[in-house]
Design a protein around this ligand. Structure first.
Ligand SMILES: C[C@@H](N)C(=O)N[C@H](C)C(=O)O
Ligand code: ZN
Length: 236
């Protein structure tokens, strides 16, 4: 299930440390994957690389005039957690769609895997193809008000649905509150782009800076083929 074009981008690991996200940032807790029993060991999902945190500070400052702030859903993810969540998502989709995991026809299984990998990266242990969150350079987040309450963005983080596509409400103005949700997603995007991040093409909440997906998107947007990833997989 590999083959996403960004996984071909070279990585020149810069060696920057993975450090805790400062407590000044709102964290959405309890952490959803820890609550499911994902195998973090001694690692924390609220860690990122140093310059990624510096960029998050810039995005946070951009939001001040709106009276909003960032709320962190998830950041660093060991490969074992990526594997756990991919397996969990597959099993959940089977259950939601009424299929028995033990008696799944190959064609149905392959259809459901496609849905999973539309939103989740492959938990590859190949150092040349790390899942984005295992580099400490990717973060899933949303907007919150001044009190730290998350805003309604017209869909929940990790939803395996059309609503997760960033431009869903621009394409569906007939949906209730479409203009509001489209605008909130746009402001979140602007704040993160202002700080240097790129957004995942299928997820309004996933941003990264300096990983392979970021470098691939930078190359696509600027035509500058020398842009490569500076963060590879980092294990704690
Ligand atoms: C699904 C979401 N939580 C996520 O992080 N997706 C990206 C693509 C990933 O798995 O790296
Ligand atoms: Zn993500």
């Amino acid at each position: 299930m590999g083959g996403k074009p960004y996984t071909q981008i070279p990585i020149a690991e810069c060696g920057e440390p993975l450090v805790p996200i400062p407590p000044s940032f709102v964290r959405l807790q309890p952490h959803p994957y820890q609550s499911l029993g994902a195998p973090y060991g001694s690692a924390s999902p609220f860690y990122l690389r140093v310059r990624v945190i510096a960029a998050l500070e810039r995005a946070q400052a951009f939001l001040e005039p709106y009276g909003w702030q960032l709320a962190i859903f998830d950041a660093y993810r060991p490969i074992a957690v990526q594997q756990f969540m991919v397996t969990h998502t597959f099993a959940s989709l089977c259950q939601e769609q009424g299929y028995d995991l033990q008696q799944l026809e190959p064609a149905i299984a392959s259809q459901i895997w496609q849905q999973v990998y539309q939103f989740w990266a492959v938990p590859s242990s190949d150092p040349q193809q790390p899942p984005p969150h295992s580099t400490g350079a990717a973060v899933d987040l949303t907007l919150a008000d001044q009190a730290g309450h998350p805003l309604d963005m017209g869909g929940t983080i990790d939803e395996v649905s059309e609503r997760s596509f960033p431009d869903f409400y621009d394409r569906h103005p007939e949906q209730r509150n479409a203009a509001c949700f489209a605008q909130r997603r746009q402001i979140l995007y602007q704040a993160m782009r202002h700080a240097g991040f790129q957004r995942h093409p299928n997820e309004w909440w996933h941003f990264s800076l300096g990983d392979q997906l970021w470098a691939w998107q930078m190359q696509q947007q600027t035509g500058q083929r020398h842009i490569i990833a500076r963060y590879g997989r980092i294990d704690l």
